[in-house]
Design a protein around this ligand. Structure first.
Ligand code: PLP
Length: 490
């Protein structure tokens, strides 16, 4: 049954004179607005706003919000995106007035609490990555990729090595990797991966030369496999004078188990909104802090937070200030990072502690392997019997034998109250279905999901091809919906 909740346009509810709030009479003299603004820029009539009561506004927006699936309402196994539960205690921390009401232009001495939190976050992220310096500036993972590549470009220029124009990217990488390389002015060269999901060493050797600037690698990679040649790849890139960039979107698989700095990375980004439980989806908000090795620290985007200590009468006082690294590439955004997102991540990290973070990754990997074991009999997983925190199944056989595509399965899952997994990414697996359960789901949920998935693969193809049957909108043209959005159509 389609969702028939009342979702009339708020303008249709408007009744002249209806009010949600009544403002007091204006007690400042109404100055002649045309003295302040040119006449042509002044409105001649009030805007046509809907006239409605407060409950009508609340119901309208709450009903709209419930047309979508979310982590708070449904299991959301969207591979690559790490849609884990967003603990509500993070929200309480972020809402504390000392954080929520601080203004970035306040003098540093009046926002020491915020700066201390950001400084500690830099230290924590350095420790988790095994790298030596951190900038919290970038506003998303992709933005962190761009920032780090600009750092690399500035470093090579400084070293007199700006002939290094080549960025190697495996063919199963996230689309943001080659896009960031191009935006930073590099030439992207694609490296093939094997059937087992790892980098094809022959192709890597064919493409590695003295023009290499950066090898961008995701590890574990987008098919959920830990790159078995990681150390060798890093050593060979370093021997040619290049740098290793680690796309840190999959950190949820390795927290406290291994560190990118220890397996050869020179720079990495984090996605705190994925790994560290920040709410995300619908395009934001996010953060994309980056960590780098010592030699790249002077180029980091600024400001970063520095700590100084003074001792008097045997007492040590810490003072936090904003500083710009010596050869900084500049700002990537206004002020000092998406502090609200960083604060939620900080709260999450401090809640778990080092041992707890390790358990997060162990359980994320355990949950993914459990689901893999339940699913592979009816949805083959080409990359094998074991995975890290996610795996990629294929509907290839179902498609050729019964005309059921990955998209049909994804859409049909919505009818059963499950958000769809990621489909058609990575591009190296045909009819791919990328499943990432995360550690925050129970065995009961994983079992229910596996059973529904099995039931769907046995269904009549006709039912699947028309799915979903229960949602307000069935199958929008996704390209047209993105290019010509009609935000009032329902
Ligand atoms: C999510 C993701 C990114 C991009 O991160 P955003 O925060 O969405 O910009 C990059 N690489 C991989 C593998 C990802 O999953």
């Amino acid at each position: 049954m389609r969702n028939t909740r009342d979702t009339k346009l708020i303008f249709d509810l408007s009744r002249p004179g209806c009010r949600g709030a009544v403002l007091p009479e204006c007690d400042v003299p109404a100055s002649d607005a045309s003295v302040l603004l040119p006449a042509g820029m002044l409105a001649t009539a009030p805007p046509a706003l809907p006239e409605v009561t407060e409950p009508q506004v609340v119901r309208h927006f709450v009903n709209l919000s419930q047309l979508n699936m979310s982590v708070d309402t449904h299991f959301y196994p969207l591979g690559s995106c790490t849609m884990k539960y967003n603990p509500k205690r993070n929200e309480r921390a972020a809402a504390m007035p000392g954080f929520a009401e601080v203004h970035p232009y306040q003098p540093d001495e009046t926002k020491q609490g915020m700066l201390e939190m950001l400084f500690e976050m830099q230290e924590i992220l350095k420790e988790i990555s095994g790298l030596e310096a951190c900038s919290l500036q970038p506003a998303a993972g992709a933005h962190g990729e761009l920032a780090a590549l600009l750092v690399a470009a500035a470093y090579f220029k400084d070293m007199g090595e700006d002939h290094r124009r080549k960025v190697l990217v495996p063919d199963n990488a996230h689309g943001t990797n080659p896009a960031s390389a191009a935006m930073a002015g590099f030439d992207t060269v694609t490296v093939k991966t094997n059937l087992d999901g790892g980098v094809d060493m022959d192709d890597f050797h064919a493409k590695l030369d003295d023009d290499i600037a950066v090898f961008m690698i995701t590890n574990p990679n987008t098919v959920g496999i830990f790159e078995s040649h990681m150390r060798k790849l890093a050593d060979e890139v370093h021997a040619r004078g290049g740098l290793i960039y680690l796309d840190g979107a999959n950190m949820n698989a390795i927290l406290g188990i291994t560190r990118p700095g220890d397996f050869g990375a020179d720079m990495q980004h984090y996605n705190p909104h994925k790994t560290f439980s920040g709410p995300h989806g619908g395009g934001g908000p996010g953060a994309g802090p980056i960590c780098v090795v010592e030699k790249l620290a002077p180029y980091l985007p600024g400001p970063v937070v520095a700590k100084s200590e003074t001792t008097h009468d045997g007492e040590t006082d810490a003072y936090y200030s904003l500083v710009t690294p010596e050869k900084s590439i500049g700002k990537m955004r206004a002020f000092f990072g998406n502090t609200g997102v960083l604060l939620r991540a900080y709260c999450y990290i401090r809640t778990h502690g080092p041992q707890g973070l390790r358990e997060v990754s162990e359980n994320a990997v355990l949950n993914a392997n459990y689901l893999l074991a339940r699913v592979k009999h009816f949805l083959p997983v080409p990359q094998g019997d074991r995975c890290m925190h996610e795996f990629v199944a294929t509907a290839s056989k179902l498609k050729s034998e019964r005309g059921i595509s990955a998209m049909d399965i994804a859409k049909r899952l919505l009818d059963f109250g499950f958000h769809a997994p990621t489909v058609y990414f990575p591009l190296t697996v045909k009819e791919s279905i990328m499943i990432e359960p995360t550690e925050t789901e129970s065995k009961d949920t994983l079992d229910a999901f596996a059973e529904v998935l099995f039931r769907i693969t046995e269904e009549d193809p006709g039912i699947l091809q028309d799915a979903p049957h229960t949602t307000r909108v069935s199958r929008p043209n996704e390209v047209a919906a993105a290019r010509n959005p009609c935000l009032a159509c329902m």
